[in-house]
Design a protein around this ligand. Structure first.
Ligand code: PMP
Length: 445
């Protein structure tokens, strides 16, 4: 298997040296918060299998729901027909989401959840009764990551992902990321927030009538390096969108489904977006599924009339797949039965406590997070905040070493990522942090 993997599998976002420096880790089973390799070694899943596992692996309720659905229907389509799991899930999501987001468009991954919202917003301005066809520009954040379709990469602000595809991308208006740790003037979080909202306001003053939508991850930008926004930033964006009459797209692909401590992150700032993009945790991390929720006002603009029929020119073969929808419904049942959200505050407090303890180790520049989503930024010089030379691959080396201590995580540059399943215990969190502390001490030596 290792040989075939080496010969044939093209791993996403995985640099060759990361892979070749070690035997590939072949995961063949899982249980709760642990992944199990072919040799039977157990690893704590510190990144929830790419930020999507919620209730642990092989949860009996979700497993059974998928088996039951398999006995009825594995796949049909939502083009022209429908099926019970998709209908029930749409209803459940509409009930759970912030008020007014009652229309649910299914696709099958996080990238398409955002891509769908972008195309809906673009087409909405052309379709609505009093069209505003000049609204063609999207405003996004520096360091943004919204997925890997060309539309999402256009929105993205991470140079590594963006630069390679430059000529294929559409231009965007860019608001700087409100990230106090990297603010050159070291201003307070509130000052950084106001500065970034000020830039957004100036962009609106110049381009307001051309802005189709603002796109943002609420509260924390994951792939950018777990960058936590100062309180009030999302609300500030919502206010600007309202003032200049444009739409707000919230990408909750990473932060949705309890990750930040509430079911959806935008709830924490009492913000109702025009589009809510969901994926990853929607099926508790079991199967690919995504949903883009929006208002009836937007949907109605796509209905047209008998004389002039309209449609949304976008759809996916596996949209709302029944097995995935059944897993999603089961996950929502588990949220209720196990009172998952109510179990989170002590875990979040303990994670915070362990982050602060980690911050006392040498060459730890910043620790930050929201809910059960955190990052530890390692730097060469704590005073100047200078990063390590990228070629040293410090973050990757720490994660490699943590593997020897039975913990799996991935770095984002030199930021160690901590995104465990919501079902972790305090003891699991201690195991995770003990391994990371030991790994960092080893690598520094
Ligand atoms: N948006 C955000 C905020 C994400 O974190 C990701 C994935 N890391 C995506 C979109 C893309 O999701 P997917 O990988 O399922 O296409």
């Amino acid at each position: 298997l290792a040989e075939w993997d080496h010969a044939h599998v093209w791993h996403p976002f995985t640099a060759r040296d990361w892979w070749e420096s070690r035997e590939p880790l072949i995961i063949h089973a899982a249980e709760g918060v642990e992944l199990i390799d072919l040799q039977g070694r157990r690893y704590l899943d510190g990144v929830s299998s790419l930020w999507c596992n919620v209730h642990g692996h092989r949860h009996p309720v979700i497993d059974q729901a998928i088996r039951d659905q398999l006995d009825r229907l594995a796949h049909s389509t939502l083009l022209g027909v429908t099926h019970p799991p998709a209908i029930e899930l749409a209803k459940r999501l509409a009930d759970l989401a912030p008020p007014g987001l009652t229309r649910v468009f299914f696709s099958d991954n996080g990238s398409t959840a955002v891509e769908s919202a972008v195309k809906m917003a673009f087409q909405y301005w052309r379709n609505k009764p009093d069209p505003e066809p000049d609204r063609t520009l999207f405003m996004t954040l520096g360091d943004a990551y919204h997925g890997d379709t060309l539309g999402d990469v256009s929105l993205g602000g991470i140079e590594l992902f963006h630069a390679a595809f430059g000529p294929l991308l559409f231009p965007t208006l860019r608001i700087p990321t409100p990230h106090p740790y990297r603010d050159p003037q070291r201003r307070s979080p509130d000052q950084v927030r106001d500065h970034c909202l000020g830039v957004a306001e100036r962009l609106f003053q110049t381009h307001g009538p051309q802005v189709a939508a603002v796109v943002a991850e609420p509260l924390i930008q994951g792939a950018a390096g777990l960058l936590v926004h100062p309180p009030g930033f999302l609300k500030g964006l919502r206010d600007l969108c309202d003032h200049y009459g444009t739409l707000l797209i919230c990408d909750e692909v990473a932060v949705g489904f309890g990750r930040t401590g509430t079911m959806f992150a935008c709830e924490q700032e009492k913000v109702i977006p025009d589009f809510l993009c969901l994926a990853k945790g929607i099926t508790a991390g079991y199967l690919p599924l995504a949903a883009t929720l929006t208002h009836e006002r937007i949907y109605n603009a796509f209905l047209g009339s008998p004389e002039c029929p309209k449609t949304f020119y976008h759809g996916h073969t596996f949209s709302g797949n029944p097995l995935a929808a059944a897993a999603a419904l089961a996950s929502l049942r588990v949220f209720e039965e196990e009172k998952t959200l109510e179990t989170l505050p002590p875990k979040i407090a303990h994670l915070r406590h362990r982050l602060e303890r980690f911050a006392r180790l040498p060459q730890v520049g910043d620790v930050r997070g929201v809910g059960l989503m955190a990052g530890i930024e390692l730097v060469e010089n704590v005073e100047t905040r200078a990063s390590f030379p990228p070629a040293w691959r410090i973050g990757a080396r720490v994660c490699q070493r943590a593997r020897d201590y039975g913990v799996l995580t991935r770095p984002l540059g030199d930021v160690l990522v901590i995104v465990p399943p919501l079902v972790v215990t305090i003891a699991d969190l201690d195991r995770l942090f003990d391994a990371l502390e030991a790994a960092w001490n080893d690598v520094r030596e």
